[in-house]
Design a protein around this ligand. Structure first.
Ligand code: MN3
Length: 244
């Protein structure tokens, strides 16, 4: 697995580098997976919708062709188109120093970006020749964390069925703890972008500032910029770029 490519494609690092919100001409010609990783952006930094790795009827009868067509073309495709627009709007808002609309478009980009990343994983997680059970390293890590494959299957089935409203059931690898983790996600985002590795985090819970700043969260955030350790942020970026 090429983690460097994963970081480039799966995170928000290139979010503000976009110059256009139109699709490029090569948008529909590239495969979903390149060098074992999801192919989410082109060389220009535009988000792309790669072709499905199978025909619309390939997952019948478990997933019918009409559902797959609508889901891929309009839900996932719509998210990719909207994400490119969001990124352009963020750039425009930065140009105008308009923080109010930046907040709106960042929320939109989290929603659409997470939809793009999760759907790209979802399509490649499925195959007309799928089924059976995991093997190898994946199986041994599942057994280490959950005991048996059947216990894991009960867990991810139950949490997927019980997501409140719309969302996802997810099995993930957590690089900071070297562990598999299972969790629910409401909608697509709440309000993350999947695959991003944190470099700088700002705690805006009231416990972080209320004694001194009371209700003035903005003053606290402004003051934090006097104490940020940028060497540490750089060290984390170096780590993230080197991880494979
Ligand atoms: Mn969907």
């Amino acid at each position: 697995m090429d983690r460097r490519n994963f970081i480039k494609n799966g995170s928000a690092l290139s979010l503000l580098g976009m110059s256009s919100y139109a699709f490029g001409k090569d948008v529909f010609t590239e495969p979903f997976i390149v060098k074992d990783m999801d192919n989410l952006v082109n060389e220009k930094g535009e988000y792309i919708l790669a072709p499905l790795p199978y025909d619309f009827n390939a997952l019948e009868p478990s997933m019918d062709a009409e559902t797959l067509n609508l889901h891929y073309t309009f839900h996932h495709g719509g998210a990719v188109k909207a994400l490119n627009k969001d990124v352009g709007k963020i750039k425009d808002a930065l140009d105008k120093n308009d923080t109010e609309t930046i907040d709106y478009w960042i929320k939109k980009s989290a929603y659409h970006g997470s939809s793009h990343i999760l759907h790209s994983i979802f399509w490649t997680n499925l195959s007309g020749k799928g089924g059976g059970a995991p093997k190898g390293e994946l199986l041994s890590r599942i057994e280490k964390e959950y005991g048996t494959y059947d216990r894991f299957k009960s867990l991810i089935s139950a949490i997927s069925k019980n997501v409140d409203g719309a969302g996802w059931g997810i099995l993930a690898y957590h690089p900071f703890t070297d562990k598999l983790v299972v969790f629910q996600c409401e909608n697509h985002e709440k309000l993350t972008q999947w695959g991003a590795i944190p470099l700088l985090v700002i705690d805006v819970w009231e416990h972080a500032y209320y004694l001194k700043y009371r209700n003035k969260r903005g003053d606290f955030v402004d003051a934090l910029f006097n104490i940020i350790n940028w060497d540490n942020v750089s060290m984390r970026l170096d780590y993230a770029l080197k991880t494979k």
